[in-house]
Design a protein around this ligand. Structure first.
Ligand SMILES: [Zn+2]
Length: 467
């Protein structure tokens, strides 16, 4: 039986493939799960036709770092420092999540990402309060139909405040991670694959960090997601240097934040193919230093963008691209004695980071990241006839500096349409929305019942040595 074919006709194609470039008016043919052809004009009489007139056709965005489970705590972290985040989110709120909350957070978070044109996401998932949480977190992503890596988090959340603690033997997460890999995510060719997130490197000794990385490799984790070099929060630790010196640096390491990575560390990463996920909004808000994206890219490191926490920020790539672009321009402009004559960091550079950059960081550059024939059909159609998009003189500028998720008309993942006509498909949103509201209310009420002073004191002793 021939593969189902869909022809996207007459759009402005921003391919992110240097051989194809930008086609002011072009066609794209999808066959099954792949892109078959991209050209100024394609004849395919047997294909179902999608009119892409007045739309930009571009590759799906790749978000390389998100804690998706926090979706139903949206806006909780609006004015938080990293200290607040550690005390409130990681030490209290997380303990009130039951397995259904883990499902909802991950499911709705993945739908939110798809709605915004993010077709691939790395879930750094540290909401494993029990094996049932792991099952439900995975199911939340799989049911949404998003591509990605589920990074099993070892971090030990506090005892579940909400229910009688389940009796689980010490170290159970190691066994559970192995079970998830073997039973749920055994294939590296599936839409969702297995990854690993060690315990926070600042919360354990270096030998433990090394053992956890080796364990992830033993399990066959596709990527190992690790928060590092967060400005004054882990000053002097230089975990990446230590990893390099210990002979553990490899291309399966996906470091996150990294604002204060040294030149030596960046060169270790570049030499071994390790990647960085820059999360501009977190780094700027929480005092981690300036985003390292341009320094890392110039050092030859595989550089990508993550959104991190939707308990604070909006979950779309358009906003993060804009923030990264202008933050970097601000840094560079401030170095000039006078007004800059030229702006060095361009919109096309940040669009590259959010598409092909993400693909390279995940080792999937031959699979996703550009509209290249033979690659997976992960495609976004952005409307250019909305009030904030007319006229569309520079399509790259329009995607980076004008567009928001409401302009995303259609989204395809692996050739399957998940959004069309501006609406998510295959999702009963009114029903899910009410479940999210109830889940959120219960978790927030639980938090309000806790006296957090002792937890704050303990965290302050850990984080602020002079306090
Ligand atoms: Zn993070």
């Amino acid at each position: 039986m021939s593969k189902q074919r869909t022809l996207l006709r007459g759009g402005t194609i921003v391919s992110m493939d240097p051989k194809i470039g930008i086609l002011p008016k072009g066609d794209l043919l999808i066959a099954g799960d792949r892109i078959l052809e991209v050209a100024a004009s394609i004849e395919a009489s047997d294909a179902s036709l999608v009119d892409a007139t007045n739309m930009i056709v571009s590759p799906g965005f790749v978000d390389t770092h998100r804690h998706i489970w926090q979706t139903q705590l949206r806006t909780i972290a609006t004015d938080w420092s990293l200290f607040d985040y550690f005390v409130q989110m990681r030490s209290i709120y997380s303990g009130f999540y039951n397995p259904d909350d883990a499902f909802l957070g991950n499911h709705v978070g993945a739908l939110e990402a798809l709605n915004a044109g993010i077709t691939t996401v790395v879930d750094h998932c540290h909401i494993m309060n029990s094996p049932e949480h792991s099952d439900e977190a995975v199911r939340g992503l799989q049911d949404a139909g998003i591509r990605g890596i589920f990074c099993y988090g070892l971090f030990e959340n506090p005892e579940n405040w909400a229910t009688t603690p389940t009796v689980l033997k010490e170290g159970w997460r190691h066994d559970d991670a192995r079970r998830i890999k073997q039973e749920k995510l055994s294939s590296d060719e599936s839409l969702l694959v297995f990854g690993f997130a060690p315990t926070e490197v600042t919360a354990t000794d270096f030998a433990t960090g090394c053992r956890e990385i080796e364990f992830a490799r033993e399990l066959g984790a596709h990527r190992i997601s690790c928060h590092v070099s967060m400005g004054n929060y882990d000053a002097g630790v230089e975990f990446v240097r230590q990893i390099g010196e210990a002979g553990l640096m490899a291309d399966d390491l996906l470091f996150v934040h990294g604002s204060t990575l040294t030149d030596t560390e960046l060169s270790w990463m570049a030499d071994h193919g390790a990647a960085i996920s820059v999360t501009p909004e977190t780094e700027l808000q929480m005092g981690m230093g300036n985003p390292v994206a341009v320094r890392a890219a110039e050092a030859g490191v595989r550089t990508s963008i993550g959104i991190d926490i939707v308990s604070n920020y909006s979950g779309d790539m358009q906003g993060q691209m804009r923030l990264l672009l202008q933050a970097q321009r601000g840094i560079e402009n401030a170095r000039h004695a006078g007004p800059p004559r030229e702006i060095r960091f361009k919109a096309k550079d940040v669009l590259e980071v959010s598409t092909m950059g993400g693909a390279r960081a995940l080792g999937w550059e031959s699979r996703i990241g550009s509209l290249t024939p033979g690659k997976q059909a992960d495609i976004v159609l952005t409307r250019c006839d909305d009030i904030n998009m007319v006229p569309c003189i520079d399509p790259v500028g329009a995607l980076v500096l004008n567009a928001n998720p409401s302009n995303v008309d259609s989204v395809y993942v692996s050739g399957r349409q998940v959004k069309g006509g501006g609406e998510l498909m295959h999702a009963d949103w009114p029903v899910i929305r009410e479940r999210v509201r109830r889940s959120s209310e219960r978790i927030v009420n639980g938090f309000d019942s806790i006296d957090r002073r002792a937890i704050e004191d303990a965290a302050a002793n850990l984080m602020f040595t002079d306090s």
